[in-house]
Design a protein around this ligand. Structure first.
Ligand code: AMP
Ligand code: GLY
Length: 421
């Protein structure tokens, strides 16, 4: 099979790394990729949102399967465009990607399918929103209704914070669309649950816990994710199965009933509340860095599973996973998430990758002069380690982090610390 992965982050490096192991693979490309990905795939300089050029490339090279990593090309319709050109694409159509693209869509779907989720209300009028929040009081959650690159959500603990969020989204139109959703604030532990879907069937890919804040002890601003681990001791297999049944399968059935079946990776962000697990949001792709820890534990060949998801043939599929734990620590460039410094040289990559059980995935890297690797983005590397338990995997991941020679980079030092105790 000839395969094209779309994207350039740590998630896409992990996808390429897993797919490259498949005996079914004849050749792997990645658009646009990064220097780490270039060790397993041929990188082609096409932007993930330049869908016309991606389709033309896939046709010219007779690609058998396209695997998009990030949400933006999915929401923009890459699957529809590939399928129209007769090319299989393991992701949802534009209509099905609304599960991530529109928060209103997802909340309405959750209510229609009786999926447990936070109570919610949508507002177009800022004064009505302000009145509602004064009546409900804090804590309360305010969300921009659309893709906001993870920055559109405010968990307001004071009325001033709520007011500032309304001003930014509704008056200043920071995210374009001025509509908001106001939600009940859920309390509990946050978990990411993943399933591979073929329109009808959901195959469990496991769960992981992300660390969203930039600083140790969950301090500082939100990020794309600073580290993850899997499996999660507080979310055992019987709970995974229960959430698959109560949250993912009803969503899949509702999407199929509406004539917009969901194919691809469905990622349920869950809160484990005192009243049971509740849906926070759906994403229509793997998480980053959750993808890295999940794929590090996968023993089966990923490629036929992705193909079966496209073909509606996941019914008889089974995936095998190791009993090992995986821990991923994200290395970011100084200044992330506000203003990451670019251009610093990262040394010690070979030493880090030489730690037993460790894989170094590249994200925001670029090739510098004389064979060097430079930082070129916010999140730059994912250091992923597997071992018999979370505690040992954690130790290995930080051993590899310490083997790096990159003073301009930083990471959180408490990834998976609570789970390791
Ligand atoms: P989202 O973009 O919907 O994933 O929201 C970003 C983050 O905000 C989530 O990962 C949660 O930590 C938090 N969050 C979102 N909705 C709620 C809610 N209803 N209650 C508490 N926290 C929430
Ligand atoms: N790490 C969270 C996400 O990819 O959305």
């Amino acid at each position: 099979m000839k395969v094209l992965v779309v994207g350039s982050g740590g998630r896409e490096h992990a996808l390429c790394w897993a797919i490259a192991n498949s005996p079914l693979l004849t050749k792997l490309w990645c658009a646009p990729g990064n220097p780490g990905i270039a060790t397993t795939a041929e990188c082609v300089a096409i932007d993930p949102l330049d869908i016309a050029s991606l389709v033309a490339f896939a046709q010219d090279t007779a690609i058998d399967l396209v695997v998009p990593g990030p949400e933006a090309p999915l929401v923009a319709g890459i699957t529809d465009a590939m399928e129209a050109a007769g090319i299989a694409c393991c992701g949802p159509t534009k209509a099905a990607a609304q599960l991530e693209g529109s928060k209103t869509f997802t909340k309405e779907l959750a209510d229609a399918a009786s999926i447990p989720t936070a109570l919610w209300e949508r507002f177009d009028d800022p004064d009505a929103a302000r009145a509602f929040i004064r009546k409900r009081g804090v804590p309360i959650v305010i969300k921009a209704d659309g893709l906001a690159a993870g920055k559109g959500v405010t968990v307001a603990t004071t009325e001033d914070e709520a007011e500032a969020a309304i001003t930014a989204i509704m008056d200043q139109k920071t995210f374009g669309n001025p509509a908001i959703i106001v939600e009940e604030c859920l309390q509990g532990e946050e978990i990411s649950l993943f399933a591979l879907c073929d329109g009808q069937t959901a195959l469990l890919l496991g769960s992981a816990q992300d660390h969203k804040r930039v600083g140790d002890g969950d301090t500082g601003p939100n990020t794309g994710g600073m580290g993850a681990y899997s499996p999660v001791p507080s979310f055992p297999p019987r709970l995974e199965e229960a959430c698959l049944e109560a949250i993912i399968r009803p969503a899949l059935h509702e999407m199929a009933r509406r004539g917009t079946p969901f194919r691809g990776i469905l990622f349920a962000g869950l809160m484990l509340t005192e009243d049971g697990a509740k849906l926070i949001e759906f994403n229509v792709r793997f998480g980053d860095p959750e993808c890295q820890v999940l794929l590090a534990r996968l023993q089966s060949d990923l490629l036929p599973a992705l193909q079966a998801a496209c073909d509606g043939e996941l019914g008889d599929f089974d995936l095998r996973w190791t009993n090992q734990a995986a821990v991923a620590v994200v290395m970011a460039a100084r200044g992330y998430p506000d203003a990451p410094e670019k251009g610093s040289i990262i040394k010690g990559l070979t030493e880090a990758a030489a730690v037993q059980g460790v894989t170094v995935f590249h994200a925001g890297t670029q090739a510098g002069p004389e064979g060097t690797i430079q930082a070129a983005g916010g999140r730059v590397l994912t250091i992923c380690a597997t071992a018999a338990d979370v505690s040992r995997a954690r130790t290995k991941a930080y051993t590899a982090v310490d083997a790096l020679d990159w003073p301009e980079g930083f990471c959180r030092r408490d990834i998976a610390a609570r789970a390791a105790e």
